[in-house]
Design a protein around this ligand. Sequence first.
Ligand code: IMP
Ligand code: MG
Length: 193
Amino acid sequence: MPTAKKPVAHPDLAEVLFTGQQIKRRVRSLAREIKTVYGEGEFTIISLINGAVLFTADLMREIDNPVRLDCIRVSSYGNKTKSIGAPQIVHSLTLDIRKRHVLLIDDILDTGKTLQLVSRLIRDLDPASLRTCVLLDKKGRREVPIEADFVGFEIPDKFVIGYGLDFAERYRNLPCIGVLRPDRQSTDGWSAG
Ligand code: IMP
Ligand code: MG
């Protein structure tokens, strides 16, 4: 008799918050929420890379509207688990978004500084509308007053990895989202590459 498949966790995880299946279901329902707002109309997705890559790819495939895609790269945490000062735009848009409906997508809303910075940049480009969507929301950590229009899951103030989210560029490829073990929150002893 075939044995039931166990979800694959990772030894560096203290706990799994959301399995791949749970993420998939939530992404599907988020897509339906988004669809009720945009109807059949076209909109432009702006994804904040690298973190939002997996979320954006899965969400887009649940949406049958005509969509355009562009990406913005914002400077990241480095090897720390806490935000380091002000985020900066490292690579900006290539598409023209003037008079276009824009949906800005990020992996996680933490202090809010990243979403605030990018929202301002987009607003300055005179879009028809701007809405924001994040997979995860650490509400308790907000330092600037900003909320996302669409939120996948609210989570506690813990450093999470997987499904696009990294620690020092590792773990983005985990299919689940989990809390990084405190004893792994150091890059000592890691070699480059
Ligand atoms: P904020 O500017 O403080 O809101 O941070 C947003 C960015 O910080 C996200 O796009 C993530 O790249 C990163 N970030 C915040 N919290 C976490 C976490 O728990 N794990 C991994 N990355 C995080
Ligand atoms: Mg990010």
